[in-house]
Design a protein. Structure first.
Length: 148
């Protein structure tokens, strides 16, 4: 959840695009008329209430094919992730993060490569974990300096 209680969501696409959205009660995110920032099913008549709310970021299926939504990191173990929404792609194994700023989330940043991420979780201190379908649980820790 964002600082205002809005729900951050990794939304699996219908065809070619995966997306990250911030969802609030009553908003219309364009499903199924849009996929990411792109028109999808323009032949449908009923569009629902209000204007469509665009996603924050998207990625095409040449980068991954099944987004796994995560959390905004508020722990202390990995300062580079502080106040960033962390998410992954199940197929490609890439873990990304974006700034938890709805107006300027910035370019997604690659954080890790992990296989088959099924879900994310937080411990009581707000530290981030990812679990894989192979039964492993991955703990996020700060990268150590390269050995010289």
């Amino acid at each position: 959840f964002g600082s205002d209680g809005a729900l951050w969501v990794g939304d699996v696409g219908q065809n070619l695009w995966e997306e990250v959205c911030v969802v609030r009660k009553g908003e219309n995110h364009g499903w199924p008329f849009q996929e990411g920032f792109h028109d999808f099913d323009t032949k449908r008549k009923k569009r629902g209430p209000g204007e469509f709310v665009a996603p924050l970021v998207e990625y095409k299926h040449d980068e991954g094919q099944s987004i796994t939504g995560g959390f905004i990191y508020r722990g202390t173990r990995v300062s580079a992730l502080t106040n960033r929404y962390v998410y992954a792609d199940y197929q490609s194994g890439v873990v990304w993060s974006i700034a938890a700023d709805e107006k300027q989330p910035g370019t997604p940043r690659r954080e890790a490569q992990l296989g088959g991420i099924a879900s994310f979780g937080l411990d009581y201190r707000g530290e981030l974990y990812a679990c894989s379908f192979d039964g492993r649980i991955h703990r996020f820790v700060a990268a150590s300096a390269p050995v010289k």
